[in-house]
Ligand binder design. Structure first.
Ligand SMILES: C[S@@+](CC[C@H](N)C(=O)[O-])C[C@H]1O[C@@H](n2cnc3c(N)ncnc32)[C@H](O)[C@@H]1O
Length: 198
């Protein structure tokens, strides 16, 4: 049975494109190569890019269709990624296992988000990095992508609280021009952060 995301992805086109997210691409250069967990990796544009940059990437998402496209993209680029079809409500992020975890527009309901963020803090190795970009509630004014449910939009204030235990290297809410396939296009209100586990 196809879930909502499977249905969205069930087309030849990569609905978020095949190029990496700008925030990921801009910030990956200085991060040492290692094991990366991409949460809500979708069709794999970031997972594949990170693999091309020499990281060992695991992409987790509840969409089987999305991850199939991710694997195809990896093959077409000549890199390997591991894919895991799982709901983040069930997926276990093993403690102290990852050099980096990414969460790019992985919008979860509040309680699940809190649980996942707690697991992110424990799942990073010492020195490990968490990189997140997501829409803020202000995005409801722009309507250029993202959930329409307020409780699925993120604020820096809440993220700082939920990611207690990480040191924020950067964190800001800002308006950015986003052009990512057909789903994210135009002026967007986003929060982005890079945080490290001491
Ligand atoms: C907006 S898309 C972003 C995809 C990808 N991160 C990107 O930037 O191209 C959100 C993704 O989160 C996944 N997702 C949402 N809720 C999830 C959950 N509870 N467990 C696992 N994946 C989930 C969806 O299947 C979807 O692929």
């Amino acid at each position: 049975m196809l879930n909502t995301w499977d249905e969205r992805y069930n087309t030849k086109e990569y609905i978020y494109g095949t190029e990496p997210n700008q925030f990921v691409a801009q910030n990956i250069q200085n991060i040492k190569k290692g094991s990366v967990l991409c949460l809500g990796a979708g069709e794999g544009r970031n997972a594949v890019y990170l693999a091309e940059m020499g990281h060992h990437v695991t992409a987790v998402d509840s969409s089987r269709v999305g991850l199939e496209k991710a694997r195809n993209l990896a093959v077409s680029r000549g890199v390997q990624i591991t894919t895991i079809v799982a709901d983040l409500a069930d997926f276990i992020i093993q403690p102290e296992s990852w050099d980096m975890i990414t969460s790019i527009f992985c919008h979860l309901p509040l309680q699940l988000r809190k649980k996942v963020n707690t697991d992110v803090v424990s799942g990073l190795k010492p020195g490990g990095i968490f990189l997140l970009q997501a829409y803020t509630p202000e995005q409801l004014n722009y309507r250029t992508g993202g959930p329409s449910r307020l409780d699925m939009l993120y604020t820096l204030h809440d993220l700082r609280d939920e990611l207690n235990g990480l040191i924020f290297q950067s964190g800001e809410e800002r308006v950015r021009e986003i052009a990512e396939g057909i789903m994210h296009t135009g002026k967007s209100a986003i929060v982005e952060l890079i945080a490290v586990k001491p």
